[in-house]
Every structure is written in C-alpha cells, then in structure tokens.
Design a protein around this ligand. Structure first.
Ligand SMILES: [Ca+2]
Length: 554
C-alpha cells in the first residue's frame, strides 16, 4: 500500500511533465506468483491466482480471488469471534511477462484502465469479470462480505442486527474492491493505472453513487444505472402494492389483468408525446386512471373490478404519507409491467428486508401489514437504515473537485426500482451543485423511455434500448477526451442491424422532438415536471431522519 502511494505520486509528476501516459519503472510478475505475495499480507485470509485459458470469445486473463478481512468482533458490529470476509475477484489481462506481444496498448493485453463492476440485489457472490478483461480492462467484482442472495445475512441468530455485515454490504465491500483492484494492478504490472472506472446497474448503480458520495477520489468515471439508492425507502415501498391488493382485493390481481391494464395505460398515453409508437416518452405526464378500465366482472381478464382498479391506481401512485398529505415514496410508472412486484409472489428482496432488517423476525409475515401499518414499517426502515445505506447524499462537490464524471441512466418502465427516485436524487444533487449548468459539467442523467430494469422493452417494443456498453464508451470519451455526452444513440433491438427504431436518448431534462421526420434533442433549461419533483419526499428535510441519527446504528 505504501509503495503504491509512492508510485502514484511519481506517476502524477510524470503526467504533469508530459501530459501523456509514461509507465513508471515496470516490473511485472507472473500471475501464479501473486498468490504467495497476497497470502503474506496481514489482511488477506485466502488467495488464489491462476491464468484462465481462453474459452470461446473470452480471452485469457490472470484471475485473482482474495478474501479481505480488516475488521472483526463486536466492536465493529460483528458477532463475537466473527471476522469480516469480503471476497473479491480481480481479472487482469495478461502482462508482458506472460504474453509478450500484447495488444492492450499499455502493457501486454492491458489497456491501462480499471473497470470495477457492480453487483445486483443483496450481492452475496463474486461475479464474472470477463466483460472487462475481454476489452483490455482490469475488471473486479465483490460479494460485499456475505454469501448468498438473501437479505438474512443482516440478522444474527439472536435477532439482533449484524451491523458489521450491513456496513460491508453498504460500503466496506465496494471500497475494498476499489482499493484491491488498484493494488493488484501495481503488483501484476509493476505500474499504476491511468484511469479508473466504475460500471454497475441496480445495486451496482447504488454502489457507484456510494463511491461518488463517500470515496470521491477513487474513480475518474462512474456509470450508474437504475440505482438502488434510497434503499431504506424504496425497498419497503416495493411491498406496498402487495399490501394494497391483499387488503382491498384479498389476493394478487391476475397476471392477465395486470398486463391488460398496463397496455391500456400505454394506449391512453402514447400520443401525449405526439409520436404514435406505443412508447410513453414521458411517463410522468401520464395520469391515466385504472378506474377507466373498470367493467365490474371479476373474471374478465380485459378489465378490472372497482377494487382492483383502486389497487392499481395506488400501485402507480406509490405509498402516501398517512394523514400528512404527502407521499412516502413513488410508484411504478404507467406502462410498466406490474407482475414483477405485484404479481402472484411478492419481490423477495423487499420481503427479506421487512422480515430480517425492519422487524428482525424470521417468522414475520408481510400479510399482517395494512396500508396504515405499512407507514410504520417504512418509517422504521428509514430510521434504522437511511444513514447506512440510503446513499442519497446530494453533495457531490468532492467528486466534482476530483475531476470525476458520472453518468446515471434509468428505464422509464423499470419494474423494480421506481424511476422517480432517480429524478428526485438528480434534482437534489442539481440544487446542491448550484443548478443544472454546473451539475451537467460532471454528472448527467439519461432517462430511457419504455425501458425495463437495466434494459429491455417488454410492453413498449419500439422503445430504444439501454446499451450499457455504449453508455460506458460515452463515459470513457467524457473522462479521457472531455467530450460530455448530450445524447446517446439507441436502438430498439439488441442488434442495431435489425432495429426498426433508432433515436437519440437525450440527457435530462432535454426533450426528444421530431423535426422534419428526424429526431433530435431539444435543450431544456429545466424539467417541466420540476414542481412535482420538488414537492416529493426528502429523507433529510421532511422526515426527521436527521434528528434520529443516533438511533440508526443500534
Ligand atoms: Ca409515444
């Protein structure tokens, strides 16, 4: 770690002197030699290092798997005798010692860059890194300190919370990931990386924002999709529709009915944007009520009963703040498939959160909650977990000063994470940064109409698709060439050659307009819906979380 710092400084001097990439004194080692070096380090409890041979389209790379353990015991929130166990995989394109010809441009097959990859859901396993290594990047992934995709890791056998593991999931795991990918770069290539990037969606999008907020100097560029920030509030809200249906309908609404009312909303709101394409360009403009879809026949799949319509309207509206005339959180956008959160089974991440994190009771049954008592669950979640995993601090000034650039994207028909949470955060960050002009210098938001969670266009097949690879290229171009993206060209199929729709995705709050049949982005000084946005909840300002900080880590 100390030697890495020295090299960094030398590197910075070299950059200042020449404004070009000149490697410091390089001494690469062989992949297999890394294992003994790692095992000799006091905070590494397990390590392997081996060259993975090429397979199919995957290039050969040096795969390092480590378990990092810096903390232990009750003073750090763990159980007595329990140690931190953060598993990290780092994939290193082969260095000059092992692949002398090389094609990466810096050393061997390495392009001089790091791409740390984000996780999904509760994480709990180390992911594949070949998406990065095949492109010449060092890639990394972490399980964030626990094993398995359930939220049960947060609860000890005596039903107390394991704050050690919660902290590891929230921020320690990804911090160790960024620290160790840099260390391995130094160890394997004998030099320092030129650029460091983050790329993640969903939980990975939250993790990207956690870095920007908490470790603002770690990354030159962050790509953060459909961020699972606001975790303390949106996760319980994912259960709200199930609670409403249970209370008002007595059972989940059938898949056929949910799909039918989604399609009815798309038909009703398609033309609000003036483009007849089956895509709702701006779902926040759509105020269609499911009451228009009532026929009163309980078994007709092409309409809803009054009780079902009331439930669907509440799913779209999101949970209200009982008695205080304000919303708790956001709902799913009209035109979004409803069956993932509000289908036959509730969403396990949300039920796990209520069971293990909020009520701290493995036998807790979400069906005991009502629309009224949901508020207690929501509030308890906010009080306990906002400070540790809310990840919604709008102050990105340190990241901006570091010179970091961040791109956020979110599908307008995301079935799991309410898109308005991203609008809300971006607008708060904009206010904090002193307005749109300044925030856009380092942080841009691309809403993708009709797109599902991290991609896909289920009920709106003409919607141009999220392509994280194109977004990542735009981020690299911004960081390395200073070209800030105003729009991203997108296609309605995964293969552009078969696309029937090609359109720019405009940076927020710019508007897609058709001029003589060509689609372009029209610059907007502000969001037309800004009044609605600013009236929506802010955990710090409106809900008293700031006053309850001392309670949050019990
Ligand atoms: Ca349309």
């Amino acid at each position: 770690m100390k030697s890495g710092k020295v090299v960094l400084q030398g590197w910075a001097i070299a950059l200042m002197a020449s404004a070009a990439f000149i490697p410091s004194v390089a001494h690469a080692v062989q992949c297999t030699a890394l294992q003994a070096q790692l095992l000799a380090m006091s905070d590494i409890t397990a390590a392997t290092a081996a060259i993975i041979p090429p397979a199919g389209t995957n290039k050969s790379y040096c795969q390092v798997n480590i378990t990092v353990s810096d903390l232990a015991g009750p003073e750090n929130g763990y159980q007595p005798g329990q140690k931190q166990q953060i598993k990290i995989r780092i994939g290193l394109p082969l260095n000059t010692d092992e692949n002398p010809p090389g094609s990466g441009g810096i050393q061997g097959n390495w392009n001089g860059r790091i791409e740390d990859l984000g996780g999904g859901g509760y994480a709990g396993s180390v992911g594949n890194v070949t998406g990065a290594t095949n492109a010449g990047y060092v890639g990394s992934s972490t399980d964030t300190g626990h094993t398995g995709g359930s939220g049960s890791f947060a609860l000890n056998p005596d039903n107390t919370l394991n704050w050690g593991l919660i902290n590891d999931f929230a921020f320690n795991g990804i911090h160790a990931q960024s620290v160790w990918s840099k260390k391995l770069v130094q160890m394997y290539y004998g030099m320092t990386q030129k650029y460091t990037y983050w790329n993640g969606c969903s939980t990975g999008g939250r993790q990207g924002h956690q870095h920007a907020q908490t470790y603002p100097n770690e990354y030159d560029g962050i790509l953060a999709g459909a961020p699972a920030f606001n975790w303390d509030r949106f996760i319980p809200s994912e259960q709200y529709g199930q609670i409403v249906m249970n209370q008002e309908v007595g059972a989940p609404i059938s898949t056929a009915k949910l799909n039918a009312v989604t399609n009815a909303a798309i038909a009703a709101c398609d033309l609000l944007d003036g483009i007849a394409d089956g895509v709702i360009q701006e779902p926040r403009a759509c105020t269609y009520s499911a009451k228009s879809f009532v026929c009163g026949k309980s078994n007709d799949p092409n309409c809803l009963t009054p009780a079902e319509a009331s439930a669907v309207d509440k799913i779209w509206q999101g949970p209200p703040n009982q008695g205080q005339g304000q919303q708790r959180w956001f709902g799913l956008e009209r035109g979004t498939p409803l069956i993932f959160l509000d289908g036959t089974n509730p969403f396990s991440i949300s039920t796990d959160h209520l069971k293990y994190w909020v009520y701290q009771d493995p036998t807790f049954d979400w069906k005991t909650l009502t629309e009224t008592t949901f508020n207690d669950a929501f509030y308890a979640s906010m009080v306990k977990f906002h400070d540790v995993i809310g990840t919604d601090d709008p102050d990105l000034s340190a990241f901006q000063q570091h010179g970091g650039k961040m791109i956020m994207y979110h599908g307008g028909a995301d079935v799991l994470i309410f898109p308005r949470g991203s609008y809300n955060y971006y607008n708060r960050a904009t206010d904090k940064a002193g307005g749109l002009k300044n925030v856009q210098k380092f942080y841009r938001f691309f809403p993708y109409p009709g797109n599902n969670h991290c991609g896909g266009n289920v009920n709106q097949p003409n919607a141009p698709l999220i392509n994280s690879s194109d977004l990542f290229k735009a981020l690299v171009n911004w960081v390395e060439n200073g070209v800030a993206p105003d729009s991203i060209v997108a296609y309605n199929t995964g293969n552009p050659a078969t696309a029937t729709v090609t359109r720019p995705i405009c940076k927020y709050p710019d508007k897609l307009v058709s001029v003589a049949g060509n689609f372009t982005c029209q610059s907007q000084p502000q969001d037309d819906f800004i009044t609605t946005e600013s009236a929506l909840p802010d955990a710090g300002a409106n809900n008293g979380v700031g006053h309850l900080k001392n309670l949050s880590k019990k």
